[in-house]
Design a binder for this molecule. Structure first.
Ligand SMILES: [Zn+2]
Ligand SMILES: [Zn+2]
Length: 267
């Protein structure tokens, strides 16, 4: 399968992307890569002008760049760690952003970044896991959420979860059921697949995808590019999905999302 869309791209305004990741360069690179639909999804971090300011800036730059491809502005938003089911930044209208990705970049209940090496006790790990699970379940019910970005990455770090098998899969089944019910997509994230902490996690993560597919959950494709040459590159994704019967209809695209988005998402 050949993908011509990418739902997860960062810009210079993340504060940690390559300095060439300007909106116009992203569009140019997407055109060169033959993409037809891309989403710019900057972090909601309080970096540069903050989520609202960065969003306006990205929209302005987009407006002054001419292109034939479909470019959407979304955001990758962290959960509110204090309020289960809420987002760190929620002050936007539903039709302002698409897609809204929710991604954990810190540990629930421990103010540490996901990339830090931490010696959690078994008790800490269990506590983080159960908070994470409860948060994910609540976030799915949030009508502003479209996609679960790199689902499970935070619990793969520091040995919180060693393997996606056994009892934990029951939790993923519940996540899948809710995701289907609330029309929230499961992201297949190239950067995550390229940086799995262990081989066991890498292999067993296929069980998670399998559960999502069995339950009819939509997939969202994202490079999570922080560099121009990563835009629209899906080598690991292609390898990962090979054993499955997946076609383009499994994926949430921008055109589709804008048409039916979260209309079924009533409360
Ligand atoms: Zn992320
Ligand atoms: Zn990202």
């Amino acid at each position: 399968m050949n993908f011509d869309f990418d739902n997860h791209i960062h810009t210079v305004y993340s504060g940690h992307s390559d300095s060439a990741m300007t909106v116009s360069n992203i569009i140019k690179r997407s055109e060169e890569a033959g993409l037809t639909q891309v989403a710019i999804t900057e972090h909601s971090f309080d970096w540069h002008l903050g989520p609202r300011g960065n969003l306006e800036l990205i929209k302005q730059e987009l407006a002054s760049t001419s292109t034939d491809i479909n470019v959407s502005v979304g955001m990758e938003i962290d959960p509110d760690m204090e309020k289960y089911g809420s987002l760190h930044f929620e002050d936007f209208d539903r039709d302002e952003l698409f897609p809204v990705l929710v991604g954990f970049h810190g540990y629930p209940g421990a103010s540490k970044g996901w990339f830090e090496k931490i010696n959690f006790t078994r008790r800490d790990k269990n506590r983080i896991y159960s908070r994470w699970l409860k948060m994910v379940e609540k976030l799915i019910e949030n009508p502003k959420v479209d996609v679960l970005a790199h689902l499970g990455r935070i619990i793969m770090q520091n040995d919180i979860t060693n393997e996606f098998s056994g009892r934990i899969l029951k939790d993923f089944e519940n996540i899948a059921l809710a995701a289907k019910q609330y029309n929230v997509a499961f992201e297949i994230n190239e950067t995550l697949l390229d940086n799995m902490p262990t081989e066991t996690l890498q292999k067993s993560y296929k069980n998670v995808l399998s559960i999502m597919l069995e339950n009819g959950v939509k997939l969202s494709l994202g490079s999570d590019a922080h560099k121009l040459d990563k835009i629209g590159k899906f080598n690991k994704v292609l390898e990962f999905i090979k054993p499955f019967n997946i076609n383009i209809n499994n994926f949430l695209t921008i055109t589709q999302g804008k048409q039916n988005g979260k209309e079924i998402h009533t409360h």
